[in-house]
Design a binder for this molecule. Structure first.
Ligand code: MN
Length: 375
């Protein structure tokens, strides 16, 4: 079962060319469709062509792959995939009800876990596009100003964490002053990737009030190398969870925008979390509608991520701070060692897939290994 049949046909970049994957092999798209947009080291120009061109390209690839023996393909294991697109603006949301509730309890134990805005709009922050890296890129442990027993000291973060997320890539942007309607997002969104929003909880805990996450998250964000087209995900779009109170008109969708996507997190070879993306409280359609609702423009390559995906059961939590309840309940790995937060040398792999069997749509991996602090 490959997960990379013609039902998927994800897009990536290798050797300065746009590529796709079929079974365990990689194909240069430009070998099938002659267009200069496929001879570039980023998907942006192809994504900017819009949904008709995206569908035509999928059609041409599907047709060519009916006779794969006629195509010059390279084994996937021999291909080094680079960052698939130049990231424009990067926004990270906070749209899992379970995650927001858990973090509220951990960061503000004496207050209501959810702030009054949370059920009214998809809360988010602007992140750092320039430090988004492709799977396999090492992550250096950040150093920062951390509160320790009433004092503030500069030291390497000791509570280095992951966030299991799904990111959506804008292909066709909107003009400034012209918001994207919630049910029109498929004219704009090209596809999706896995996202690991690495988070230094001890840096974050001291810096985040009142303006939100900053250096605790901006040091690195890992994305998977294959952008799975929204077209391939259509069969897995399902009704969203009920929202109460009913959202504002501008956030109310008629179409189904929740995504039935299985997700898992592996730490040094041990699966530590397994969840599904479909129960996210705010859908990616509501997120994009909201982020343009003030007239903000978007461009090809803008990325917006879901926020940590945590399901209701503890083994479905998408971060270590939740899985270990801020270190109170260490997790045990297959080699018998325990973890509260990440140690130097640890490797985290995120995986995701829709469906089962031959035609399942695989997202591949978003992997990263922690290197010791340098500063
Ligand atoms: Mn996040």
């Amino acid at each position: 079962v490959s997960g990379f049949s013609v039902a998927n046909l994800p897009f990536g970049v290798a050797g300065g060319r746009v590529v796709t994957r079929f079974a365990d092999r990689v194909l240069a798209v430009g070998d099938v469709v002659a267009d200069p947009v496929f001879e570039r080291p980023a998907l942006n120009d192809f994504m900017a062509q819009g949904p008709d061109a995206w569908r035509d390209t999928r059609g041409a690839l599907t047709q060519a792959l009916a006779a794969p023996e006629k195509l010059a393909m390279t084994p996937a294991a021999e291909v080094e995939l680079t960052r698939p697109f130049d990231v424009g603006d990067y926004v990270d949301f906070y749209s899992s009800l379970q995650h927001a509730t858990n973090l509220g309890r951990l960061f503000r134990p004496d207050g209501e876990p959810l702030l009054p805005n949370w059920r009214r709009l998809p809360v988010g922050y602007h992140g750092r596009a320039g430090t988004i890296v492709v799977s396999g890129t090492p992550v250096v442990r950040p150093t920062g100003l951390i509160e320790v027993e009433g004092d503030v000291v500069r030291r390497p973060a000791q509570r280095l964490d992951i966030e299991l997320e799904v990111g959506f890539v804008v292909g066709v942007g909107n003009e400034q002053g012209r918001p994207i309607a919630v049910d029109d997002v498929d004219r704009h969104v090209f596809g999706a990737v896995l996202v690991n929003d690495w988070s230094a909880r001890d840096i974050q805990a001291f810096e985040y009030q009142p303006l939100g996450p900053f250096l605790g998250k901006s040091f690195a964000t890992t994305i998977s190398p294959w952008v799975v087209p929204l077209e391939a995900l259509r069969p897995y779009l399902v009704p969203a969870v009920a929202q109460a109170p009913e959202p504002d008109d501008g956030l109310r969708a008629r179409r189904d925008w929740a995504l039935d996507l299985e997700l898992e997190v592996e730490l040094n070879g041990t699966t530590i979390s397994r969840t599904n993306f479909r129960d996210l409280y705010w859908t990616f359609a509501q997120q994009l509608a909201h982020l343009t609702s003030n007239g903000a423009s978007t461009r090809p390559g803008d990325l917006f991520a879901s926020g940590t995906v945590s399901g209701p059961a503890p083994h479905q939590y998408g971060s270590l701070i939740e899985l270990t309840w801020r270190g109170r309940d260490p997790i045990t790995l297959a080699d018998g060692s325990t973890r509260t937060f990440l140690e130097d040398g640890d490797t985290v792999v995120l995986r995701g897939w829709c469906g089962t069997g031959e035609d399942r749509v695989d997202f591949g991996e978003a992997a990263g290994t922690i290197l010791p602090a340098t500063g």
